[in-house]
Design a protein around this ligand. Structure first.
Ligand SMILES: Cc1cc2nc3c(=O)[nH]c(=O)nc-3n(C[C@H](O)[C@H](O)[C@H](O)COP(=O)(O)OP(=O)(O)OC[C@H]3O[C@@H](n4cnc5c(N)ncnc54)[C@H](O)[C@@H]3O)c2cc1C
Length: 627
């Protein structure tokens, strides 16, 4: 038999036999549970559901394919192959000189967890406590707080501590009791490699007076700290939703995964159940390529949306659930008016400065990735020993700075924030319930900005890249179906920096890099600022530079089907059920009402774990009633 080419290896489904479906003709006509989206949250939910109810059937419908390729497994910075991601272009961004940007989200079994940079941290306790403040008291009572989520963070992962020699070599610190202890399917490790410059930059941050955290994942995500990568400790390969939640369980007889298909709509039936006028009875699906027929698959129990922040709103909107004016413009009759669907869109804006280092600290990523001999050595070391530079994905240390560590004058900014009216910087026609919710957000953000125990800016350390993520934006965007073509990719508008106070806050974060590179340790690197460079020094120049150079996304879109009371523009209730509809939940990143100051994947796993526990609890209760 001839050896398979890479392309053949990618296309064949080598592990999962009959349970991978590529055509609707291979499906049952109905399932107990249907999950839209086989990504980070969808595969988590499917794993837990199929385990809890062996006699109930679960169908996951995934737009992308099951790709068996080693480039996904090798630690990577981001997106190993553009074909694994949707290529959506944002609308012209009004706060960024009307530039448009690629909206990158995964289109593959495993979703974004298959293409992310594996940085596996958590936000501060205050970030999650703010969710309850924003959403409403009953959300706090239901555990949408740090204390309520911590058990799910722990449950979702297994943390393997670094070896004693790695601890000594890299100064790794961690505290298992404070943050870990679970044995979940997603693996978390400190990689067995750091670039030598990591130590120098980390020291430079401490010379600026930034505190060091021994462990940040116990709710203390501010200061300078290490955090894990989502990576397998034995093979040093990516640990993601597919390797953790699908491959080991794919042969369960109650589990079908349909790939290459998209959920276009939810099948809704009128009901008279208290405040719920409709119940979800299944989904309409369509092949991504070829046959354009729309097929209905019914569900007896629940439909669970896990299509991510960019695509979950479209499924709801096409089903008649969303802002009435948008649905009317798209000729869709409104079944449940929920103005929050597709609103409240948030991401961490990102900015890259560039410094040339005159001191050549070797090895470093700049020279290694461009030098074929060094790359060959690194590849051989990785293949043979699972050590060396190629075990490090996006890096696993950072400085996470509260506003007060970037400026002495927080008072001016906080006074301006307190004076903001919620309607001033949202679009003119924003629904009153969204304004009410946003007022709660502004108040929560004012508290977060005024305290020292949560971060406003992230400065990733490991690779000398002078990158900055703006963690607590005030601006809000939208994700809407295209009214002229509802099945097409959505209209995405980040609206980054449309709230002008964001720009003022961001300036402090950006200028902090200059202070960092003036510290004695950083000076040993011989930094020369290339971008923005000496021509940018006044605030006016910084503002112009930022509008021209900032990107709207650190790949962390959230918020478009947010937890919250209906009168606050919320889309889902404390049990993640969509307001007004029976048997329909959302378990993905879109439910986060406020973006936490962290990379988002570990929070998505925790949210999905908590959400599906609710589905299972309700399923068991129904069972008992039936018996
Ligand atoms: C390039 C990149 C780098 C990142 N880096 C990091 C990082 O280093 N650390 C970190 O913590 N986080 C990172 N993230 C973010 C993190 O991975 C995401 O927040 C998280 O994985 C999102 O999970 P989700 O379940 O909400 O969505 P996804 O994982 O995106 O899953 C949604 C799935 O639904 C499918 N889908 C969409 N529409 C439909 C439809 N209509 N029908 C059927 N299926 C559909 C999609 O194809 C996708 O597979 C990164 C993200 C990206 C894109």
């Amino acid at each position: 038999m001839s050896a398979k080419s890479d392309a053949e290896i990618e296309l064949c489904s080598i592990y999962h036999g009959a349970h991978i479906k590529r055509s609707v003709s291979d499906l049952a006509t109905h399932y107990d549970y249907i999950i839209a989206g086989g990504g980070t949250s969808g595969l988590t939910a499917a794993d837990r559901l199929t385990a809890a109810f062996p006699s109930r059937s679960v169908l996951v419908v995934e737009y992308g394919d099951l790709i068996n390729s080693t480039d996904i497994l090798r630690p990577a910075t981001t997106v190993p192959n553009p074909s694994y991601a949707y290529q959506i272009l944002s609308r012209p961004e009004p706060g960024l000189n009307n530039r448009s940007f690629t909206v990158t989200v995964g289109k593959i079994v495993g979703g974004c967890s298959a293409i992310n940079a594996q940085m596996f941290d958590r936000g501060s306790a205050a970030d999650y406590d703010a969710w309850g403040d924003v959403a409403g008291e009953e959300f706090k009572a239901a555990g949408w707080t740090w204390d309520g989520l911590l058990p799910y963070f722990k449950k979702s992962i297994t943390f393997t501590p670094p070896t004693a020699s790695e601890v000594e070599k890299y100064d790794y610190t961690f505290d298992v009791d404070a943050a870990y202890g679970g044995n979940g399917p997603i693996q978390a490790v400190y990689p067995p490699f750091q670039w030598p410059s990591e130590k120098i930059v980390r020291k430079a941050w401490t010379e600026l007076g930034i505190p060091t955290q021994r462990e940040a994942a116990g709710g203390d995500a501010y200061g300078v700290f290490f955090f894990p990568s989502s990576q397998d400790p034995k093979t040093q390969t990516r640990s993601y939703a597919r390797t953790g939640h699908f491959d080991p369980v794919a042969n369960r007889s109650n589990y079908h995964l349909l790939v290459g298909h998209k959920v276009t709509e939810i099948i809704l039936r009128e009901t008279d159940n208290g405040d719920r006028d409709y119940e979800a009875r299944g989904v309409k699906i369509q092949a991504v390529k070829g046959d354009s027929a729309v097929v209905e698959i019914t569900s007896d129990e629940e439909v669970i949306l896990a299509a991510g922040t960019i695509h979950t709103p479209g499924i709801l909107q096409r089903s008649g659930i969303g802002p009435k004016d948008l649905l009317t413009a798209a000729n869709i009759s409104t079944k449940v008016e929920l103005p929050g669907v597709g609103q409240n869109f948030q991401d961490h804006a990102m900015s890259s400065l560039f410094y040339n280092m005159q001191t050549d600290v070797q090895p470093n990523p700049m020279t290694m990735f461009m030098n074929q001999t060094l790359m060959k050595q690194a590849r051989e070391e990785y293949e043979k020993n699972k050590t060396g530079p190629l075990t490090l994905s996006g890096g696993n240390s950072g400085a996470f700075l509260p506003l007060s560590m970037t400026t002495n004058d927080t008072t001016t900014l906080l006074t301006a924030l307190a004076a903001q009216s919620p309607s001033t910087y949202l679009p003119n026609n924003t629904h009153p319930t969204i304004l009410t919710g946003y007022a709660h957000q502004l108040s929560a953000l004012a508290t977060l900005y005024s305290t020292r125990d949560n971060a406003a800016f992230e400065y990733p350390i490991s690779s000398l890249a002078s990158m900055l993520a703006f963690l607590k934006p005030l601006s809000r965007g939208t994700v809407h179906i295209n009214p002229a073509s509802p099945l097409a990719e959505p209209h995405v508008t980040y609206r980054t920096l449309t709230n002008p106070l964001d720009l003022e806050l961001l300036l402090h974060g950006l200028k902090t890099y200059r202070r960092l590179y003036s510290t004695p340790s950083a000076q040993t690197l011989g930094p020369q600022e290339i971008m923005p460079g000496a021509a940018v020094s006044t605030d006016e120049q910084w503002r112009a530079w930022a509008r021209k150079n900032v990107s709207p996304s650190f790949y962390h879109p959230v918020g478009t089907a947010a937890l919250g009371r209906r009168e606050r523009g919320g889309v889902v209730g404390p049990d993640l059920r969509v307001h007004g509809i029976e048997g329909l939940r959302v378990v993905d990143a879109s439910v986060m009402p406020l973006i936490p100051g962290t990379h988002t994947s570990s929070t998505v796993y925790a949210v999905a774990e908590k959400g599906v526990e609710g589905v299972i609890g309700d399923g068991r209760r129904k069972n008992r009633k039936r018996e």
